[in-house]
Design a protein around this ligand. Structure first.
Ligand SMILES: Cc1cc2nc3c(=O)[nH]c(=O)nc-3n(C[C@H](O)[C@H](O)[C@H](O)COP(=O)(O)OP(=O)(O)OC[C@H]3O[C@@H](n4cnc5c(N)ncnc54)[C@H](O)[C@@H]3O)c2cc1C
Length: 395
C-alpha cells in the first residue's frame, strides 16, 4: 500500500491544525484527519501566551491573531480584603509583552485558513479514526470517512492530536494518570464595564471562591467564578447562568457587570491527566491527547502548541537526506516525548496550584495566603510570579 502522506495528524483542534501547518511549511506531505464535519459551538481557550504567540509567529499567523485579539498588559490581584498587587506584563522580554485573548473558534479559524493556503488538500473532514497498526515500513491508520465507509491511511509517522479521550492513545494502549479536581466553575461573557481598564485582567481571591475577569475583543469581559460551598448548583447555561455569574461577581468583588450575555456561558468541572508515554514507535501524542491541565491559568492549548513545534522540528530533521528508518523515527519521537512530558508535568503542577489558590477559605487562611501573595507580587519575586503565570520555562 502506497503512502497517503509522510505524516498523518489525527484531530484538527488548535494543536493538530498548528502541527499540520508547521509540517506542511517544512515541506512534508501531511494529512489532517478530523472526525467532525463542522466545528462545535462555544469557546474554551481564550488566553494565548507569549510562548504560544512565538510558535504562531513562526507559522506566519501571529499578525492575523493579533489583529483579532485583545492584549492583556496588566494582571490585578485582589485578596479577601482588597488589592494585593499588580503584575505588569510590560516587564516580559520582547516581542510579546502581553497575553492575547482570542476566542478559541477564531484561533482555530485563522489556523485552518493558513493550512488551506499552504496545503489545500491536507484537511479531511468527517474522517473518524478508530485504530492503527504499526509495521517496519510505516503505520496504517484505520477509521471511517465522511460517507461512513471504512478507510485506511498510510504514513511514515502519525501524531494523535485527538483530544482528552483520543483514539490514538487508546490504540497505542498507553495509560494515563490523573482525574477530576473537586472544583466547579461557571463562566459567562458579559459587557465590559468601566471599573477595569480594557487591557487589565482581574484575579480576585474572594473568601467564597475565586473570581477572574479577562477582557475579550469587542468590549466583552469573560467572568469565571468558582462555585462556592454555599452556592446552589449554577444553571447549565444561557442568560440564567449569565445572571448567576454576574451576581457572584458583584457579591464577591463589588464590581457590577451587566448581566447580559454577549458570548458563551457554561458551567464546567476541571481535571488533569498525563499520558504514561507521549510516543510509541512511529506514533506520538500531542496536546490534550497527551496532557489535560486545569484550565485555571489557561495554558493547555499553548502547551500543545509547544509540543507541536518540538515535534515538527524533530520530524523535519528526520528527512534530512534519505527516507528515515523506523528505529530512527522511534528514537526521535521518544526523545521529544520525554522532553514534552517533563514540561507537561510542570504545567499540570502549576495549574493545580492556581486552582487550589482560588478555593474557598476561612479568614485565618485567607490572611496568611494574602500576605504571602502580596510579597510574591513585589520585587524581586514579581519576576518569578510573572514567569509562572505566562508559561515561562515550559518550551
Ligand atoms: C473552560 C476552558 C478554558 C480553557 N482556557 C484555555 C486558555 O485560555 N488557554 C489555553 O491555552 N488553554 C485553555 N483551555 C484548554 C484548551 O481548550 C485545550 O487544551 C485545547 O483545546 C486542546 O487542543 P487539542 O487540539 O489538543 O484538542 P481538542 O481541542 O480537543 O481537539 C481535538 C480534535 O480531535 C478531533 N477528534 C477526536 N477524536 C477523533 C478521532 N477519533 N478521529 C479524528 N478526529 C478526532 C476532535 O473532533 C477535535 O476537533 C481551556 C479549556 C477549558 C475547558
Amino acid at each position: 500500500m502506497g503512502r497517503d502522506a509522510d505524516v498523518v495528524v489525527v484531530g484538527a483542534g488548535p494543536v493538530g491544525t498548528a502541527l499540520a501547518l508547521d509540517l506542511a511549511r517544512r515541506g512534508r506531505r501531511v494529512r489532517l484527519l478530523e472526525a467532525r464535519a463542522t466545528r462545535p459551538p462555544g469557546s474554551r481557550a481564550i488566553g494565548v501566551h507569549p510562548a504560544g504567540l512565538a510558535v504562531l509567529a513562526a507559522l506566519g499567523v501571529a499578525d492575523e491573531l493579533l489583529a483579532a485579539g485583545r492584549p492583556v498588559r496588566r494582571g490585578r490581584a485582589w485578596g479577601a480584603a482588597g488589592p494585593l498587587g499588580d503584575l505588569d506584563l510590560g516587564a516580559l522580554p520582547p516581542p510579546y509583552r502581553f497575553v492575547l485573548t482570542v476566542p478559541q473558534p477564531v484561533t482555530e479559524g485563522v489556523l485552518r485558513t493558513a493550512l488551506a493556503r499552504t496545503a489545500p488538500d491536507a484537511l479531511e473532514l468527517g474522517a473518524r479514526v478508530t485504530g492503527l497498526a504499526q509495521d517496519p515500513d510505516g503505520v496504517t491508520v484505520v477509521g471511517r470517512g465522511a460517507d461512513g465507509g471504512e478507510r485506511r491511511w498510510r504514513a511514515a509517522v502519525v501524531v494523535g492530536c485527538d483530544g482528552r479521550d483520543g483514539a490514538v492513545r487508546a490504540a497505542l494502549r498507553v495509560g494515563r494518570r490523573g482525574g477530576p479536581y473537586p472544583d466547579r466553575f461557571a463562566m459567562a461573557d458579559l459587557p465590559d464595564g468601566p471599573e477595569l481598564a480594557e487591557d487589565e485582567a482581574l484575579i480576585a481571591l474572594a473568601r467564597a471562591g475565586v473570581v477572574e475577569g479577562f477582557p475579550l475583543p469587542g468590549g466583552v469581559r469573560r467572568w469565571v467564578v468558582r462555585v462556592g460551598r454555599d452556592d446552589a448548583a449554577p444553571p447549565e447555561g444561557g442568560p440564567a447562568l449569565a445572571a448567576w455569574v454576574a451576581e457572584r461577581v458583584a457579591r464577591r468583588t463589588g464590581l457590577r457587570p451587566a448581566p447580559d450575555l454577549v458570548g458563551g456561558a457554561s458551567a464546567f468541572g476541571v481535571e488533569r491527566w498525563l499520558a504514561d508515554r507521549f510516543a510509541v514507535g512511529r506514533v506520538a501524542l500531542a496536546g490534550d491527547a497527551a496532557h489535560v491541565l486545569s484550565p485555571i491559568g489557561g495554558q493547555g492549548m499553548n502547551l500543545g502548541w509547544l509540543d507541536a513545534a518540538a515535534l515538527a522540528r524533530a520530524v523535519e530533521s528526520l528527512w534530512d537526506e534519505s527516507e528515515p528508518t523506523g528505529p530512527r523515527i522511534a528514537a526521535a519521537l521518544d526523545a521529544v516525548g520525554r522532553h514534552r512530558r517533563r514540561a507537561a508535568r510542570r504545567a499540570i503542577a502549576r495549574a493545580a496550584g492556581n486552582t487550589a489558590l482560588g478555593r474557598p477559605v476561612g479568614p485565618a487562611v485567607a490572611a496568611v495566603r494574602d500576605a504571602l501573595l502580596a510579597g510574591y507580587l513585589r520585587r524581586p519575586w514579581s519576576s518569578l510570579a510573572l514567569a509562572r503565570f505566562t508559561m515561562g520555562g515550559l518550551a
